[in-house]
Design a protein around this ligand. Structure first.
Ligand SMILES: Cc1cc2nc3c(=O)[nH]c(=O)nc-3n(C[C@H](O)[C@H](O)[C@H](O)COP(=O)(O)O)c2cc1C
Length: 194
C-alpha cells in the first residue's frame, strides 16, 4: 500500500512516501540493516555534540521482544506483534558536565528522523510509539539513572496485509494521511495566533 503525502510544495520522495503502517511484510530484518539504521541515527546533529540518544533493539524470536511487547499500551500490543523488530529509544538527561540537557529530546528526535529516512530508503517502515510503560521497561532493562526511555519503535518491511488488523485499525491503515495546513505552522516575522 502506498500513502504518499499530499503536499503543497514538492518535497524529497523519501519524505513524501514515508508513513507509519501497523502491518509489515513477513521478511526478517537483518542485523546489518538494523545497524545501518543506527548508523544513520548516529550521524544526526546534537547540542554540544553530546549524542544523547541510546537504543535497545529486539527481534521477534527473542525474549527481549516478548518483554517489550508485553509492556506496550494494549492498543499498541494488538498490532506491534506484526513487526519483526522493536526498538526502544532513550535519551541522556544531562550533559557530561552535569548540567541538564534541555535539548536532549530534540536531539533524539533528530536521530529518529535520520533513522526513519534511512529506513525509508531501504524499503523499511518505522512506526514510533509513545504508548509504553517506560518506567517498567527502564527497570527490566537496567537502564541506569540519568537516562530516560522515550519511545518504542516498530520496524519491518512495508507490504503487510491490512486485512489482518482489527476493523478500526484496518480503517485507519487505509485512510489518507492528514496534516495541519502549512500556513498555520510557519510565518515570516510573526507568531501565528493558534
Ligand atoms: C513520538 C510519537 C509517538 C507515537 N505514538 C504512537 C502510539 O503509541 N501508537 C500508535 O499507533 N502510533 C503512534 N505514533 C504514530 C503517529 O500516530 C503517526 O506518526 C501520525 O498519525 C502520522 O501518521 P504518519 O506517520 O503515517 O504520517 C506516534 C508517533 C510519534 C512520532
Amino acid at each position: 500500500m502506498i500513502k504518499e503525502a499530499n503536499t503543497t510544495f514538492p518535497i524529497h520522495p523519501l519524505i513524501k512516501s514515508r508513513w507509519s503502517p501497523r502491518v509489515f511484510a513477513d521478511t526478517p530484518v537483518s542485523d546489518e540493516a538494523i545497524y545501518t539504521l543506527f548508523e544513520a541515527a548516529r550521524w544526526a546533529a546534537s547540542s554540544m555534540n553530546e549524542q544523547p540518544w541510546r537504543f535497545i533493539y529486539a527481534k521477534r524470536e527473542s525474549d527481549a521482544y516478548k518483554i517489550i511487547l508485553k509492556h506496550l499500551a494494549e492498543f499498541n500490543q494488538q498490532w506491534v506483534k506484526n513487526a519483526p523488530v522493536i526498538i526502544l529509544t532513550a535519551y541522556k538527561e544531562k550533559f557530561n558536565s552535569g548540567k541538564e540537557n534541555f535539548h536532549a529530546l530534540h536531539d533524539l528526535g533528530l536521530a529518529m528522523g535520520n533513522l526513519s529516512l534511512q529506513a525509508q530508503s531501504m524499503g523499511l517502515a518505522v512506526h514510533h510509539m509513545a504508548g509504553l510503560d517506560w518506567k517498567k521497561l527502564q527497570e527490566i532493562f537496567n537502564v541506569q539513572e540519568g537516562f530516560h526511555i522515550t519511545t518504542a519503535v516498530a520496524v519491518g518491511y512495508y507490504g503487510g496485509d491490512p486485512s489482518v488488523l482489527p476493523e478500526d485499525l484496518e480503517e485507519s491503515e487505509r485512510a489518507p494521511r492528514k496534516r495541519l495546513p502549512l500556513n498555520t505552522l510557519a510565518c515570516e516575522g510573526k507568531w501565528i495566533e493558534q
